[in-house]
Design a protein around this ligand. Sequence first.
Ligand code: C2E
Ligand code: MG
Ligand code: MG
Ligand code: MG
Length: 289
Amino acid sequence: ADVAMYQSKAKGGRQPVVFTGTMRQAAQVRLRLETELARAIEQDQFEIHYQPVWRLDNEQLVGFEALVRWRHPSKGLQLPGQFIEVMEETRQILELDRLVLQKTCQQFADWQRKYPRMARTSVSVNLCSEWFSRQNSLDVINSILKETRLPPESLRLEITERSLLGQHEQASVVLKQIRRLGVRLAMDDFGTGYSSLNYLHRLPLDIVKIDRSFTCQVHTEQRARDVIQAIVHLANALNMKVNAEGIDDIRQIEILRNMGCHFGQGFQLGRPMAADNVPGFIAGKNTKS
Ligand code: C2E
Ligand code: MG
Ligand code: MG
Ligand code: MG
């Protein structure tokens, strides 16, 4: 078979590593992707789509979540699932997140000046874990806010609980500084990590986002309802608001509202849309109904 021997330098040792034909192919595909992604950053091939977020009690629009997409020159629009993980591994994600943050704040500040209805809405940006262990994050965020003149109160930053594992102390220092700017903080994908309950009270968060894996079962599974109810109680006790993500069935809305979830988003309430469609969306309906 197509087998080659390589010396493994990465481990500092001299263990032989066997590369099969498929592994070689996978490595080539991967290398090409990394190169393409570097070019994508240089050539500005990333764009932001916006998913509406609603208050569940009165169905008012509260804002949008910014979700990055890659406009691949030949393959078309690529979702984060196709490139975020690689970019985390190569650490290109830091640069991507900075680009997304800059673009989103600029875009949103422009909209707020143009459309009075948007002045009362906010925008959420997802940041990878490293932002919260780095010294200069505060400066980067602050200078983007200054430069774009987006009011800090209009910005929310989303972090995943998975990403904070093992570095809560340091993260909470950075988070506190960011929050002092007036920026709100949300814990994304809550309930999917390991030590959520142990540290939630130690982090200066405003919003807890219930992971889609619970939301999508809320109308069919008692256990999902139990978990969500527990999260709502915990969040209330800690003075945090709850946002249920991934609402994709109309039956989920009322159940979540009755359980005390403050906010919701999902395909049933609005899919992520290209930036060009946001002003029309805003003009058309300020509320869902
Ligand atoms: P997330 O932050 O939890 O975002 C929610 C994801 O669920 C989005 O997928 C959204 O399109 C999808 N979604 C929303 N409603 C529904 C629904 O009703 N049903 C289903 N099946 N899915 C729904 P997307 O845009 O593919 O993003 C995936 C993940 O990629 C995000 O999860 C976030 O962790 C990450 N991501 C997106 N943009 C960025 C970014 O700019 N920076 C970083 N670091 N991560 C990002
Ligand atoms: Mg998110
Ligand atoms: Mg999420
Ligand atoms: Mg997610």
